[in-house]
Design a protein around this ligand. Sequence first.
Ligand code: HEC
Ligand SMILES: [Cu+2]
Length: 342
Amino acid sequence: MIKGFIRPPHLRQRLVLTAALSLLLLLFATPASADPPSPLNPFSPTSGAIANLFYLVLAIALMVFVVVEALIIISVLRYRRRAEGGPEPVEVHGHTALELTWTAIPALILAVLFVLTFQALQAAQNPPGDALRVQVVGHQWWWQFNYPDQGVTTANQLVVPVGQPILFSVTSADVIHSFWVPQLGGKIDVIPGQENTYWFEVEEPGDYHGQCAEFCGLGHPFMPIRLTAVTEEEFAVWVMEQLAGSSPPSEDLLAQGKVIVESGVCAVCHTISGTLAQGKKGPDLTWFGRRPFIGGILENNPQNLALWLDDPPAVKEGALMPDYGLSEEDIRALVAYLESLK
Ligand code: HEC
Ligand SMILES: [Cu+2]
C-alpha cells in the first residue's frame, strides 16, 4: 500500500469543494438572458403570473436549500470525530417536536403553493370581460387560426390587438399538438375531438415566437407560431384587408394560374375565397401573397414559392402536400397567381 496516497481529503478541502460546487449550481440557476422567447420574460398578465410563481418556488427552494445545507455543515463540524479513541457518540431515537416541525413546514409550503398555483390556473382560463375569440386548429404540421367574429382565417400567422384579452379555443384536426407562445401564456394541449380554452393579453406591440410543444410527427420541429401584436387601429385595418374581395387577375399568366388552382389539383385541399377553390385540408390561401412565410418556415417570395410547388416535402420534411410533378410553365403561372393574392 502506498501510504498517504489515497488519503481522505482534509476537512478544509472538503468545505472548499462543497462551496465551489454550490457556487457552480447557483450560476446555472441564474435566469438566462431576456433575448430568447423565455417564459421568464413575460408580456401578458397570465404569463406574468406564471413567472411570479416560478420565482416564488425558486425563493422557497433556495431558503430550504440554505437552511438544510447550514444544518448539515454545522452537524458535520460539530459532531466530527475529534480524537482517536474518544467516547462513542450518544444515539438518539425519535424526537417528536422535531419530527412534527419537519412534517408541518413542508406541508404548509405545499399547501400555500397549491392554492397560489390553482389561482393562477383559474385566472389563465377565464378572461376578464370582453375577449377577442380565436379558434386554433392544429394540423400536421401547420396551424389554422379562425377569427369567428371577424370571419377571417389565416395559417401559421396570428395577428392580435394589444391590450385586449384574446380567448383561444383550441382543438386538433389530427393528432395531439400543444399551442405555446412562451412569453404570452402557458402551454395548452391541442387534442382532437376536444376543445380547450384559455386566454392571454399582449401588453406590448411586437413579434412573439411560439412553437408546437408536443411531439406530433415528422414535421413537429417546423410548426412555429408567428404572433404579431398590433395596435387596435392596425388590427381593424388588418381585418378589413383580410375581408376585402380578391381582385380577379387580368393577365394571361394570372388567369392560367387561377385555372390550375380551380381545376381541382389544388382546390381539393385549399380555399381561396371568391373562387371555386373551397378545399379545407390545407391552409387557406385567400391572402397568400401577404403571408410572410411559406409553410410557416420559408420566407414568402416567388423563388421560394416555386421551390415549394416543385416539391413541398423537399422543402419541409413530411409536409402533407405531395409533389404533383407540375411543369415549369404551370409553376410560373401558379407563382404569379398566388403572389398576386394580396
Ligand atoms: C392533398 C392536399 C393538397 C393539395 C392537393 C395541394 N395542397 Fe398545398 N398544402 C397542403 C398542405 C397540407 C399544406 C401545409 C403543409 C405544411 O405547411 O406542412 C399546403 C401548403 C401549401 C402552400 C403554403 C401555404 C402557407 O400558407 O404557407 C401553398 C402556397 C400551397 N399549398 C399551394 C398549393 C397549390 C398551388 C396546389 C395545387 C397545385 C396545392 N397546394 C395542392 C395540401 C395540399
Ligand atoms: Cu404539432
